[in-house]
Design a protein around this ligand. Sequence first.
Ligand code: PLP
Length: 489
Amino acid sequence: MTADEVLARLDALRQRDAPTHGGRVLSYVYDSGLAELDELAAAAARAVQSINGLDPTTFPSVALLEADLVRFSRDMLHGDADVVGSVTSGGTESCLLAVRTARDLWRAAGGTGVPRLVLPITAHAAFRKAAHLFCLELDVVPVDAATGIVRADDIAARLAPDVALVVVSAPSYPHAALDPVGEVAARAAEHGIACHVDACIGGFALPWWPHLAPWDFTVEGVTSISADLHKFGYAPKGASVLLHRGRQRHRAQYFATTDWPGYPVVNPTLLGSKPAGPLAAAWAIVQHLGAEGFHTLTERARRATEALRAAIDGIEGLRVVGDPAGPLLAVATDDAVAVGRRVDPHRWADAARARGWLLQQQPALRQADGSQLARTTHLTITAVTEQRLPELVPDLVGAADDVRGMPGVDGSHVLASLPPELGSALAHALAEGAAPPPGVMAALLAGLGVGADGALPTEAAPLTALIEALPSGLVEGVLIELIASMIEP
Ligand SMILES: *Cc1c(COP(=O)(O)O)cnc(C)c1O
């Protein structure tokens, strides 16, 4: 293929994607609404395209860019000169490194056996991945089902010498709940336990958000904070910062070895060779916006969030969960109205999708204390959303009108409606506690309307209901099959 043909092909493939600009997708993408930022980021990434970010002694520019980003983030999060950190490839990597560092310091301080990671159920799944990869025991604390906020006493009750790290969110992804950082960090500090604040989503917005309880390095017991540049830092994907209080903690994040016949290895993050593009793009955006620019963009997102919150609270049958801190919301059914007037948040999301808006469905989940976290629909609101309110609000109201009174999809009904041979294969797998063979899972997905290319059916509510209804081990297998089969040649 010629270069032109290659690019034309790429362009054609991109036509299938959800739109990344214009505010129609209310999760995953963060649009500043400023076209010049995209151009600037692309130019900066291109300028360092051929660099290997592995080695700052060969490519000193990467160290200087990183130092600028660490300085900006530290100031933004009210860290003093004792706060240092690194730029990582994203929120997941920042969370992984926060956990691994805490585990290693816990061991260095004499901890033996399997360390525990204490976290609210609402903490991002990246911490479950960290516990899995780095062999910590997960200790999941239920949250207040009405607000999505964890109670500090419930965390404190779990604290003991085997706890390597406590995690709280500022705010949580599922409910935009700001956990009681001050109280939890103080209780952890009394036990000499590290406390990580996951501000991956809030980190570059909450510093300019009014009326919040202290949640950053102004809180003494906070030992590390993660904040994603590729979320409300409005940078292209591949950039986050992880800051530590104290150089010793930061140094413990590194891996180094000279014990092989090749070059001496010193890695601050999980990767070896790594791109400098996301770093340079994030750096360029931060230089260009400055604190002033972030303030302006956050104000736009905040006004849009308040307008949406008021609009949704005004929709009969729906309610906004808790008291969202930051530019994101979770929407649930308002059980205070008569059954016939209720709106299921997943049916609502599907109806909004039919009107051209992509909202994210979050399944219901039972907590260990028996309380139920309601099914919700998630909205991430960015600076560009403000410009779209005149179309978005009437469509959200109309989507609710479309489905008001319709009961939510019941996962057991979905299962019962499957062809008998599929149903019995699944029942068999359930009884065995094993994942059904790939063929059965493929048939299941096809039965749910998922295309061979992974394209979801126009209504996603049945799939979400199945996620609620099936044991997580089984449904995780089904979802792996869905995603893995998409990249089979
Ligand atoms: C997005 C997010 C993460 C994970 O970040 P990725 O960049 O998707 O890897 C972690 N914590 C919170 C609260 C998040 O919103």
